[in-house]
Design a protein. Structure first.
Length: 103
């Protein structure tokens, strides 16, 4: 499974919603639930206007996987794509990692 985030990554995920950064919130939910995943950062932050010219190139893989350029996205081992921090948090809380007993 692969989590794609912006360059902020796991930072600011511990803050309360709605202040928490979406990418950090998704990573924290996966970590707290005990899920193992590969983590990949992509460039092209939407608030960093100097990255706009290269955003399409930097996030081409994200767009190919999800149909959009926004992160976070979680690509499951079966190829399913979970889009957005809220959906990733919900998925992480609902799915028990392999080898971990349900709580």
């Amino acid at each position: 499974m692969v989590l794609y985030t912006c360059t902020v990554g796991k930072a600011l995920g511990d803050l309360p919603a709605p202040i928490a950064h979406p990418c950090g919130r998704a990573a924290k939910a996966l970590d707290d639930s005990g899920h193992a995943y590969d983590w990949r950062k992509v460039k092209g932050g939407s608030l960093k206007f100097w990255t706009w010219p290269s955003r399409a190139r930097d996030r081409a893989v994200i767009e190919q996987l999800s149909g959009q350029r926004a992160v976070p996205i979680l690509v499951l081992d079966d190829g399913e794509v979970v889009v957005g921090s809220g959906a990733i948090v919900h998925w992480a809380q609902e799915k028990t990692p392999v080898g971990k007993p349900p709580s």
